[in-house]
Ligand binder design. Structure first.
Ligand code: 5GP
Length: 201
């Protein structure tokens, strides 16, 4: 976990670190990509993970795919802003150097991480902005998770179990975006990040 004092203090004229959390299949990835297209200053953190790449995933773009030993090295070197075991066994974490660099470059970093990770960031950077993405209903979340067809029944069951815990913690967040419509949710996220005046591409 991060050991030295990070510099993520909120200042009206400075970009601020934003953390986005929400259950699997709520649509975080789609909303974030949509938001990014209309906000040039939004910078997406690339997490390190010990899980294997899925077909089509590119190292350094979707994740930094690392071995357990490499993940340990990042932790030991104090270069993980946060990290957690997600969905049972694999580790995911946010390398801190690129986040610091993005802030130094005047960009607005967005971290899409799980509840455990969000709580760690809150501990170290209480002035970061914490956003939760919720489904319109539980039934809709189940539909989205089963409908995408990328998980086995066991993985779906585990993700739904995690989703219950995450949904129960949404009051810990500064803002809740209900993802009923991708464009509307993306606009809300851009607005919350203070990037709505950015020139659309
Ligand atoms: P997936 O394996 O489906 O890509 O991601 C599973 C979950 O891992 C997502 O819900 C996401 O929020 C979480 N996750 C991805 N990157 C990180 C990270 O750097 N830190 C933490 N704590 N969670 C992450």
């Amino acid at each position: 976990m991060y050991t030295s004092e990070p510099r993520y203090w909120r200042n009206l004229s400075e970009p601020v670190l934003t953390v986005l959390t929400g259950p699997s299949a709520v649509g975080k990835g789609t909303v974030v990509q949509h938001a990014k297209n209309s906000a040039d200053r939004m910078w997406l953190s690339v997490s390190a993970t010990t899980r294997d790449p899925r077909p089509g995933e590119v190292d350094g773009v979707h994740y930094r795919f690392v071995t357990d030993a490499e993940f340990d090295d990042l932790i030991d070197a104090g270069k993980m802003l946060e990290y957690a075991v997600v969905h049972g066994h694999h580790r995911y974490g946010t390398p801190s150097d690129p986040v610091e660099q993005a802030l130094a470059d005047g960009l607005a970093p967005l971290l899409e991480i799980d509840l455990d990770g969000a709580r760690q960031v809150r501990e170290h950077a209480p002035n970061a902005r914490f956003v939760f993405m919720a489904p319109p209903s539980w039934d809709e979340l189940v539909r989205r998770l089963t409908g995408r067809g990328t998980e086995t029944p066991e993985q779906i069951a585990r993700r739904l179990e995690t989703a219950r815990t995450e949904l129960a913690a949404q009051d810990e967040f500064d803002h809740v975006i209900v993802n009923t419509d991708v464009s509307a949710a993306a606009a809300e996220l851009v607005d919350l990040m203070g990037l709505s005046s950015d020139t659309p591409r």
